[in-house]
Design a binder for this molecule. Structure first.
Ligand code: GLN
Length: 556
């Protein structure tokens, strides 16, 4: 029997529902259960692919080409289960499906309404392909009470009623704010948030209470009394230093035991959390520290780089090293010397990005890393800028560029209008739709033996996830190879450069795909492990001297 767990949130947004959901799934997995997580987002966009990273954060791409909410990245990292496009459902998708059905005449003359037609569609998306699971955990995005979220809350209320208590559990994540003048954590916002949920017909079974300090038994029993939940089901969710300690913390608070109790499942035996404890210990006790400069455009919205930050942490875990990140807004490099801005970096990373602003700054950083032999890791747009930088500065093609910024004399990077996927031809044109039309999802890449990329991966055929509209133009390949570039990874048909590196550089790798999306704490991505290692080596070789009050570096 598949059991359904619904995770909703009240009081405030950004309380960490995604991590809480992932952590619960991870503990249930260590207990041997088969779990899957889905995210339901009440906004009207069909997917977050068309949203600005500064509004919505990172767009997480699945193997099957879904552009999804960044919480799916947490789900994958915590459970090791690869998500699918269908694991992120939005109101946009639900309404699109309902309207298509209506246009086909499938409603047989009925007046199409939110209840039952929209709620039926939501229930269908929740319960689809769940037969082989022990637990289907559904996170409902937004905060309970939001107008656009109402059909989702109604749908899960109905499912609770249809399946019954032994098959459905409602978890509600709330906040206990600390009021300094009173010197205590306040329960009233939680009481009101629970009332809000009750108004919509749902009595939460478990309350997960976020707070920045522990609460006492008095507070716990007050919450239990006013919110009508058993006292053992008021679970403390304290702030932690690393998200990877959350599964063990929640387990210590009795979270998984109460979940299993609710379903009448055995809960006496303790799960083995050793694997989690060991990565947390590695994060907390690093042997060394390195500093990576990330030259990007959304540096004031770090949610835009969620998977990247995690992948660097994983690379650090693999090397027992703490990775300190220095965020550099790329257009600053157009005004301030890279010697000043990048002097303290043991490695430089150019992440994915869109649009012209800041592109020159990225190329300045790339040139600096290339010339000074500092480890450089370019991702997607980072690879495209590395190619343009090489064309401009090594081939002397001053007007080399990418057609993403408009027509140019030497289009080193251009709009891709046709490519192969699973044996079929995918076609696009410049005036086509924006949503869901990039090169998306997992594609194979053939690695040339004997290259750095080959040493890093240890294999010659890899699959990595893509999300981009433009591609490197292979017409310039030969010329670029003559000046030291190596095309170490190509699409199997040999048309699309996927990985490039330099002959005379200790570690310069740029990739057209997004390796950060596949990195996991228990399986750090080889490129991140290797990049952190290269930065460690760089750090050991470098001596810092102060020259006229400025930081300079020289190779020892
Ligand atoms: N803007 C570039 C493109 O669309 C790169 C995208 C990215 O870095 N994800 O091709």
């Amino acid at each position: 029997m598949t059991r359904y767990i619904f995770v909703t949130g009240g009081v405030a947004s950004s309380l960490g529902k995604g991590i809480a959901t992932s952590a619960l799934a991870a503990i249930l997995q260590t207990r041997g259960y088969k779990v899957r997580i889905r995210k339901f987002d009440p906004y009207l966009n069909v997917d977050p692919g068309t949203m600005s990273p500064s509004q919505h954060g990172e767009v997480f791409v699945t193997d099957d080409g879904g552009e999804t909410d960044l919480d799916l990245g947490h789900y994958e990292r915590f459970t090791g289960v690869s998500s699918q496009k269908s694991d992120n459902v939005t109101s946009g998708q639900i309404y699109q499906a309902v309207i298509q059905k209506e246009r086909r005449g499938d409603y047989l003359g009925a007046t199409v309404q939110v209840i039952p037609h929209v709620t039926d569609m939501i229930k269908d998306y929740i319960t689809r392909n769940t037969e082989d699971l022990d637990f289907m955990i559904c996170e409902i995005g937004g905060t309970v009470g939001d107008i656009e979220g109402l059909p989702f809350i109604e749908a899960i209320r109905q499912l609770g009623n249809e399946f019954g208590k032994n098959q459905v559990l409602h978890i509600y994540l709330t906040l206990l704010p600390y009021i300094p003048s009173a010197g205590e954590l306040k329960t009233k916002p939680t009481q009101h948030a629970v009332k809000e949920l009750l108004n919509l017909g749902i009595q939460p079974d478990i309350l997960l209470c976020r707070s920045d300090r522990p609460f006492d038994e008095g507070t716990r029993s007050k919450i239990a009394l006013f919110c009508n939940v058993p006292i053992q089901n008021v679970i403390a969710a304290l702030d932690v230093d690393t998200i990877y300690s959350v599964p063990t913390r929640y387990h210590q608070e009795g979270f998984d035991r109460q979940v299993l109790k609710h379903f009448g499942l055995p809960n006496d035996e303790k799960p083995n959390m050793a694997q989690w404890d060991s990565i947390v210990a590695k994060i907390r006790n690093p042997k060394e520290t390195i500093r990576i400069a990330i030259v990007g455009k959304y540096t004031s919205h770090l949610d835009s780089y969620k998977s990247l930050i995690e992948a660097l942490t994983h690379g650090g875990i693999a090397n027992e090293t703490r990775v300190d990140l220095e965020w550099i807004e790329s257009d600053r490099l157009e005004r301030v010397s890279p010697r000043l801005l990048l002097a303290g970096a043991d490695g430089i990373l150019i992440p994915g990005g869109f649009g012209e602003r800041g592109a020159n700054g990225k190329m300045i950083a790339i040139q600096y890393a290339r010339e000074n032999k500092i480890p450089l890791f370019g991702i997607c747009f980072g690879l495209q800028m590395a190619m343009v930088e090489a064309a401009r500065n090594l081939l002397g093609l001053k007007n080399a560029g990418t057609t993403e910024f408009g027509p140019c004399e030497d289009p080193i990077v251009g709009l891709m209008t046709e490519w192969q996927k699973d044996g079929a031809t995918e076609k696009r044109h410049a005036e086509g739709l924006m949503g869901g039309t990039m090169r998306l999802g997992a594609y194979p890449c053939q690695i040339q033996p004997g290259t750095l990329a080959h040493r890093v991966y240890g294999e010659t055929l890899i699959h990595e996830r893509h999300r981009h509209r433009y591609e490197v133009n292979i017409a310039y390949r030969e010329a670029l190879e003559k000046v030291g570039l190596i095309f170490s990874g190509m699409s199997p048909d040999g048309k699309l450069p996927e990985i490039i590196e330099y002959k005379d550089h200790p570690w310069f790798i740029a990739v057209q795909f997004h390796p950060e999306l596949k990195s996991r704490p228990f399986a750090p991505h080889p490129l991140f492990t290797s990049f952190v290692k290269a930065a460690l080596i760089q750090k050991r070789n470098i001596v810092y001297t102060t020259h006229e009050g400025q930081k300079e570096c020289q190779t020892a």
